[in-house]
Design a protein around this ligand. Sequence first.
Ligand SMILES: Cc1cc2nc3c(=O)[nH]c(=O)nc-3n(C[C@H](O)[C@H](O)[C@H](O)COP(=O)(O)OP(=O)(O)OC[C@H]3O[C@@H](n4cnc5c(N)ncnc54)[C@H](O)[C@@H]3O)c2cc1C
Length: 389
Amino acid sequence: MTAEFDVAVIGLGAMGSAAVSFLSARGVKTIGIDAHFPAHASSSSHGDSRLIRLGYFEDPSYVPLLQRAYENWRALEARLRADVLTITGVLQIGKPDSKIVSGTRASCKLHHLPYEELDQKAMATRFPAFALDEGEMAVLDPQGGYLRPETAVMGYLNLAAADGAVLHFGERVTAIEPDDAGVTISSAVGSYRARKVIVSTGSWIAELVPQLREHANPIRQVVAWYQPRDGFVTQPHRMPAFLRDEGEEGSYFGFPAIGVDGIKVGRHAHFMEPIDPNQANPPVNDRDNALLDGFIAKRLPAAAGVRVNAVTCRYTMLPSEDFLIDHMPGEPRVVVASPCSGHGFKFTSVVGEILADLAMEGGTGLPISAFSFEAMESFLAQRKMRARS
Ligand SMILES: Cc1cc2nc3c(=O)[nH]c(=O)nc-3n(C[C@H](O)[C@H](O)[C@H](O)COP(=O)(O)OP(=O)(O)OC[C@H]3O[C@@H](n4cnc5c(N)ncnc54)[C@H](O)[C@@H]3O)c2cc1C
């Protein structure tokens, strides 16, 4: 006999684990299925730490979602009785007119968020771990900090199980087939019926969502940890987490020494190298190490001790580098949550709520119109027009 559920969630990384938790907490009969064991090394939701910040430089329209995400992270901590979110402040460093600096300032101003501007001299006194060039500055978002991804994902799954969700691990879903009455979900183990399905399969999303085949691009991301030369100035209460604009070279991110491995740094999107999600992540190579060693020696000299670890992980980029959270076109029973272009983890706690809303109510009061299939198509059309002109 085929087991029947209200909602099936396929993929239990960040987005799927939060979705099963929100659904089960509402008393919805939910099954969650993951091909592996969540927060595994081929997912995008492991590696100790993720940045969270409120004055979003990318676009001020993300701020209301972030405000809700902060509330939901604190609610998760309260239920788990565990620390998931730690406030260290986040420094956004660069030239005054760089997108990271000017965009953070603009977001903070528009939403009346507290922030501080620090010039090169003020940075040297206050946060001596960082080396700034003349003319560079930092905007401090005092409400920024870092999240613990593994604690969050496992926490959401544990809460979901406690609230009655059925969770299957090591089971790969091979097909989802919507019809007038529900959706059939098939795997090598069996098949299930649900009224709605949420697809949150990270870098594998295009396998179950054909509309994303051309547009969801998994790429290689590398991060490295260093034992600091000066362990005093790199402690979390002396060194905020940071983003740094490097002009044409893109941007870098990093964290203070929050664990035994020390400081963690990475270059956002690294070398933009496409990867096959069904192959193991390509190993870290000399070019990767040289890039990150060079950055840390130049920009964080106090932290430039010994590199103790470096790993390859994966981002999945959409064309606009935004998110996609919507019903599949023409399929009101299928909800899609993209892996969020390398900056989605901080939103996990609100995306879980949104996915539960979409599955159960057919819509949400939270502002997600910018993350629709229609918005993605419109971005692509505008990009095509720009390329022609
Ligand atoms: C190195 C790195 C640093 C990052 N830094 C930040 C940061 O500082 N701040 C921030 O906000 N964001 C950051 N991000 C982005 C953020 O972590 C991701 O957006 C987010 O974790 C994506 O989660 P997900 O649930 O979509 O995907 P995943 O965590 O990859 O989960 C997808 C799951 O689906 C499962 N699955 C796939 N196919 C199937 C199938 N057919 N059947 C069943 N299960 C399936 C997989 O096994 C996997 O567990 C970073 C990402 C990386 C990699």
